[in-house]
Design a binder for this molecule. Sequence first.
Ligand code: F6R
Length: 587
Amino acid sequence: MCGIVGYKGKQQPKDFLLEGLKNLEYRGYDSSGIALKNDDEIQIIRSVGKISSLEEKVNNENLINCSMGIAHTRWATHGIPSEENAHPHRVGNVTLVHNGIIENASELKEELLKENVVFNSETDTEVACAIINKYYEGNAVEAINRAIKVLKGSYAFCIFFEDSDKLYAVRKDSPLIIGYGEEEVYVASDIAAIISYTNKYSLIEENEIVEIGDRVTVTLDGNVVNKEVLTATISADSKDKCGYEHYMLKEIMEEPLVLEKTLKPYIDNLDKLPDLTEYEEIHIVACGSAMYAGMIGKTLIEENTNLRVTVEVASEYRYKKVIYDRKTLVILISQSGETADTIAAMRKAKMAGIETLAIVNVVGSTIARESGNQLFIEAGPEIAVATTKAYMLQVAMLSLLAYKAALSSGLVNDSVMNEIKIVPRMVREILDRRDDYLEIAKSIYERDDIFFIGRKIDYAVSMEGSLKLKEVSYIHSEAYQAGELKHGTISLVDDGTPVISIITDKDIKEKTISNVQEVKARGAKCIIISNEEITGYDHLIQVPKMSDFFQPLVVVPCLQLIAYEVAKLRGCDIDKPKNLAKSVTVE
Ligand code: F6R
């Protein structure tokens, strides 16, 4: 969600800035822009739509000779996607790009209007720009420091001033890093933007002000901060599609490999995992797919231990009344580690003195740094906006946690552990059946509505199957507990309506099959995913039978590939579905 890159060095920054923006495309955006500066001039170019249209505009302009610039991809919050609302914004002396939301922008704007400030956009960013300009009397750090005391909300800013040749950056609740090259310094929302230029970087902490001149100086409230220089472990090729047509497909195909990498340390030593049975209650809090991974975790833990588990959407949990009257562990799940609502939920639990455990992909992200304990999934960079491999690993990590809790409760034996070793191989076999998924996709891609049904763990898995399909293919889709469909929604089922049923839980299998019969009787096209042979329906994908703990891991890839093939047949922009952002850093 929004991306920032900045450059100060010896070269013309255009190529770096455009490449940096392309590397951040996966975060989601609807407009973009760049600003270049030399001693005499500031040049701002902005465009709506794809970065290619910005690139075309930039290439058609006579660019100023310079060695400093900033650039931005915007995901609209205040004001429609338009050239006026795109960043960079300039007010007086100040030009900047911004990620986040300034919550008190309307009040500040009213005051500034009384002071005759003229605004050219509907954005909160232009208000922040005007505030910094208001406080600027020749000392940039002081102006930024005063402004951030007034601005409420979240921000990552990269800024330059008309009468200075330095570049500045500051952040709160929205990520930003500094990268170090040979005689050049970069600012970026994440390492993926700059990894082809450098792997040396520092994290900018909340409200530290970065001043980039001939050297980099970082201060917090006027005191100099020495920054640790980190080395990124991702490689530049992890951003390549490696011959796959889409990142989504590449990332699904990586699942066996990343599963192996993530699970290995715990297969070798389960003691590395926390024991959930030390708690009386578990709250799993996350957003979107991560929350659906949590639903699988809840089912596995509750079915196999005597623990109480709730799963909450983070945007609700952060504001609702939560009673912490038992020894509670709050598990936060987040691929990016930067989801605003999940961060807020984590801070709420911490404020109440509750222990937190994060299941997170990005090392160095806010959730990774602030949570009490962390379990890192080893997904590597996930570029496609719709999550696949990271979700798979979140499920795998929760399966291990549930298994360990069941072992501690004495409710299972340790023979199950041998099975986890074969999961990556099983997943590889499932992924190889591309023709089956394509055949199913061909039979459903022209429909307007698709339903997923399942009971218990199968329902938990189907929720993500439905989300994946709708977000990449734009087909309306819903997941239902199989027994619930007839309480209303079945009225939407008619001739040919696809109903994808997941049937792996042996205890409840017959009940779900009865529900499939009900939709079949109303003309539905019945697609079954099961670990048993179930005949008499339109399609069957038979997956290997696994222990309950690991069964979802062989169903998930089938659903992801069906969603992928449907989206491809519909000609959708698979890696960047409309309106979606990868890292949702605003509420
Ligand atoms: C859907 C998807 C989102 C994310 C959600 C949480 O494909 O990717 O639903 O799962 O926005 O993001 P993280 O895991 O980064 O907190």
